[in-house]
Design a protein around this ligand. Structure first.
Ligand code: NDP
Ligand SMILES: CC[C@](O)(C(C)=O)C(=O)O
Ligand code: MG
Ligand code: MG
Length: 344
């Protein structure tokens, strides 16, 4: 099965021009999508509760309203709250403001696919899911590039839902990178798998295990940090630009031989079988059920793990070393100071 990928030249965004857009939430995706759409010439308002995000959106020059007011005023309501909070806010503050011809939109399929939100059949329901973190989506847009996105339509009450999704993706700058058509089910399952098994869970635990192996064998922690963490960006940048072969081109033949012979000993058929189990839990709904339950009981495990992971020896060593390398962040056009928002 080969996907068709759409680019700027393939997309007519006129269907979105003149529409009143409400972005609900001004976090990672919220601030990025709102600013990219505004810079692309669309009319955007923000719906949030009062507090940090409200103040930030005002500072960034947006008209900011309560969630209820913003949703009721808009033609298109993009819900960019944390997935686990969306159902409560939707039923309390969004649903009653929806009218025939309006659209409800998402950037991840979780709540529609797992039926935590069931919109009325008189609205369009579409998804534009950027395949990258919000701060990176904004940075890439400002640099003239774009983070690819997946679009999907769950309900097409007006007949325009897919056109709206494509126009939105183009407004985000995503069509500079490529827009792929999917379903809510496919996006939900593959996105959860990607973040759990490879991009986050797989990678963070691979790095952690490598760092600990070296430190436990008596090597200096700073040496282990540079070896298993800091250099990762350089290698993944080379992969991003020129593939695995491009990365290998810049590395020694000794390293390539070790990559080919020892890599499959660390990541092997057993790892793949475990990845398959992770996918099974996503597909069966077991992962979603567990995450929703964790939230219902006040997130005891989530909070404990956040605390533990941010205070690991790897993180402590890294924080100190990064202070001595300010250039790693210099010149980056970031829309928010991430360093100021995480423990130092
Ligand atoms: N993070 C990413 O880059 C990506 C996320 N997605 C999807 O995008 C969606 C948004 O995720 P993400 O950007 O990470 O979310 P964030 O955690 O960054 O969103 C936080 C925002 O939600 C607001 N918020 C939280 N609870 C409430 C509430 N009860 N009422 C009103 N506002 C509230 C926060 O306001 P306050 O400051 O007041 O707490 C803040 O503005 C999700 O569906 C996610 O799966 C998809 C692709 C990538
Ligand atoms: C990799 C995590 C992600 O899926 C993303 C940035 O794409 C998310 O849920 O934040
Ligand atoms: Mg993702
Ligand atoms: Mg995700």
């Amino acid at each position: 099965m080969t996907a068709t990928i759409f680019y700027d030249k393939d997309i007519d965004d006129s269907v979105l021009r003149g529409k009143k857009i409400a972005i609900i939430g001004y976090g990672s995706q919220g601030h990025s999508q709102a600013q990219n759409l505004r810079d692309s010439g669309f009319s955007v308002e923000i719906g949030v509760r009062s507090g940090k995000s409200w103040d930030k959106a005002v500072r960034d020059g947006f008209e900011v309203k309560s969630v209820k007011e913003a949703a009721a005023d808009a033609d298109i309501v993009m819900i960019l709250l944390p997935d686990e909070r969306q159902p409560e806010v939707y039923y309390k503050e969004i649903e009653q403001g929806l009218n025939p011809g309006n659209a409800v939109a998402f950037s991840h399929g979780f709540n529609i696919h797992f039926k935590q939100i069931v919109p009325p059949d008189f609205v369009d329901v579409f998804m534009v899911a950027p395949k990258g973190p919000g701060h990176f989506c904004r940075r890439t847009y400002l640099e003239g590039g774009g983070v690819p996105a997946f679009v999907a339509v769950q309900q097409n009450a007006t007949g325009n839902a897919e056109k709206l999704a494509f126009a939105w993706a183009k407004g985000l700058g995503a069509a500079r990178g490529g827009v792929l058509v999917t379903t809510f089910k496919e996006e939900t399952e593959t996105d959860l798998f990607g973040e759990q098994a490879v991009l986050m869970g797989g990678l963070t635990h691979l790095i952690q295990a490598g760092f600990e192996t070296l430190v436990e064998a008596g090597y200096q922690p700073e040496n282990a940090y540079f070896e298993t963490f800091h250099e990762m960006k350089m290698l993944t940048d080379l992969m991003y630009e020129n593939g695995l072969t491009g990365m290998r081109y810049s590395c020694s033949d000794t390293s390539k031989w070790g990559d080919f012979t020892e890599g499959p000993y660390v990541i092997n058929a057993d790892t793949k079988a475990r990845m398959k189990k992770v996918l099974d839990k996503i597909q069966s709904g077991e992962f979603a059920k567990g995450w929703l339950l964790e939230n219902k009981v006040g997130r005891p495990m989530f909070n404990a793990l956040m605390e533990k992971e941010s205070n690991s020896q790897l993180e402590k060593v890294g924080r100190e070393l990064r202070k001595l390398m300010p250039f790693v962040k210099e010149g980056k056009k970031d829309s928010e100071d991430i360093t100021a928002n995480v423990a130092q």
